[in-house]
Ligand binder design. Sequence first.
Ligand SMILES: Cc1cc2nc3c(=O)[nH]c(=O)nc-3n(C[C@H](O)[C@H](O)[C@H](O)COP(=O)(O)OP(=O)(O)OC[C@H]3O[C@@H](n4cnc5c(N)ncnc54)[C@H](O)[C@@H]3O)c2cc1C
Length: 477
Amino acid sequence: MDWGAEDAIAIAGTGFSGVAVGLQLMRALPAGGTLCVLGREPQPGRGVAYGTACDSHLLNVPAGRLGWDPQDEGGFARWLVAAGREVQPADFVPRCWMADYLQAQWDQGLAAARARGVRVQTGLSGLRSLRRLHHGWHLETDDGRTGQAAQVLLATGHLPPQAPSLGLGGDWQAPGFWPDPWQRPADWAPAPDAEVLLVGSGLTAVDLIIELRDRGHRGRIHLVSRRGQMPQPHRVAEARPRPGLQPVARLGADLHPRAALAEVRAWVREAEAEGLDWRDVMASLRAGTPRLWQRLSLRDRQQFLRHLQPWWDTHRHRMAPALWQRLQDDRAAGGLLSWTGRLAGVQPAEDGTGWRVTVQPRGGGVAQTLQVQAVVNCTGPSGRLRDARDPLLAELRERGLLSADALGLGLLVDAEHRPLDCCGVPVEDLYYVGPMLKAQHWEAIAIPELRVHAQQAASSLLARRAALLDEAWAAAA
Ligand SMILES: Cc1cc2nc3c(=O)[nH]c(=O)nc-3n(C[C@H](O)[C@H](O)[C@H](O)COP(=O)(O)OP(=O)(O)OC[C@H]3O[C@@H](n4cnc5c(N)ncnc54)[C@H](O)[C@@H]3O)c2cc1C
C-alpha cells in the first residue's frame, strides 16, 4: 500500500462538504489517528460552486450566515473582516471568497491537527476505486496509487448536468454546443457579438449571463425554459423565520402539496399584512422542509416536482439583489430575451453562421426560430445516480453499494449518513455527505444544511472508529 493505515479515515472530495467533514475530524481525532484526503482540485474548497474565477459570481446567502461550522455561523464574515475585506453580515460577496476562507480554515485545522499528533495525508489524487477488505477498504487513486482505510467518506459533490433533448437534428457534440457549463475551457468565449442560447433559466443561467457580460460579450442572450421563470431576488433586508410560525406542526400529519400550498399562501398574506413578504415565509419553512418532504408519499413528491418545483426553486434559491438589477438592466436594454417552451429542432443556419433553433411555445402557438452561434446547457447539476459516469460512482452503483431514490434526486443514506445498498441495508464504514442528500431531505444542498450533515457524519465516523478500536483491542487481548 502506498498510503493510508488500517485505522485510517479517508475522505474523497475536497469541495465544501469534504472540507467541512475534514475540519470536524481534524479537530476531534486523537493523536495517532490518520486522515487521508483525496481530491481532484489542487486546493481544498474549490468545488463547482466556489472554484469560479468570476468575481461577479456572488454567494446567494448573506456572508453572516456562512461559517463552515454549525456552531459558528458568523465565522466566514468574521474571517473576511480580519482578512481586510470590508463586509457587512448582510452582504452577498463573491463566491471565490468562500474558497479563500475554506482554504485558510483548512490550513489552520491541518497545522493544529498535525501539532497534536494526528497524521493527515494530503496531496492524494481523486478516488477511482473502492473495494471491501476483510477489515476496511482497499482504495485506488486516479493516478494508480493504492491505499487502505477503515472508513471512507464520499464527498464527491454534484453530478454533471443532464443534457436535455435539443429536438430534431440537435446534437450536443456539435461545434458551439456546451453540454456542461462547468467543463468549458477557461478561455471559452463566443465572439463578442454572437447570439447565445442558454437552455434553462435558473441560477446556472444567471452565472453564465453575468460571466459573459463581465467578459465584454455584447451579443443578445436568449434563455429558453419550460416555464420561463427566473430566480427571484433576495430582499436587501434579510428574510428571517417568522416568530410563532411553525410550519411542520401547522401543516399536520396528512400533508398534501395542494393543501400545503393554500396554507402557505395564507401565511404570505398574513406576512404582507405585517409589512413582510413571502421571503419570510420561505425562511420559516426552511428548517422544517426535510420533515415535510419525508412526510410526502412518492406520488405526492411526484406531483410536487411536476407542478410546484419551478415555483419552489425560483423562490427558495434566490439571487443577490445586485445581480437581479444587472439582469433587469440587460433585459430593458434588449440584451436578454426569455422564451417559454421547449426546443423542437436545430439546423445549421443557411448563411453558415451558427444554428437555427426552433422553440415550440408552451401551450401551443406558432413556433419561434432563433439564429444563434452558441448553445449552453444551463439546466443545473443532476442527481441521477444511474447516469453517473464517474468511475468511482459507477463502480459503487454497479456493485450495489449505492442506491438511487425513485425520483432521480440523489442517493439514499441512513441516519448515520451511510449509503443504503441495493437491498436497502446501510453499508458499514462507508459515508456520504453532499447535494445528493436532496433525495431524502429536499433542503440539503446549501452550506447552512451541509455543515450540519458534515458535523453529523463526522460524529458517526468517530463513534464507529471508537467501536472498531475497542473490537480490535478485545480481539488482541
Ligand atoms: C454553481 C453553484 C453555486 C452555488 N452557490 C451556493 C451559494 O452561494 N451558497 C450556498 O450555500 N450553496 C451554494 N451552492 C450549493 C452547493 O451545493 C454547496 O454549497 C457546496 O458547494 C457543495 O459542496 P460539495 O463539496 O458537496 O460538492 P462540490 O462543490 O461539487 O465538490 C465536490 C468535490 O469532489 C471532487 N470529486 C468528485 N469525485 C471525486 C472522486 N472520485 N475522488 C475525489 N474527489 C472527487 C470534485 O472534483 C469536487 O472538488 C451552489 C452550487 C452550485 C452548483
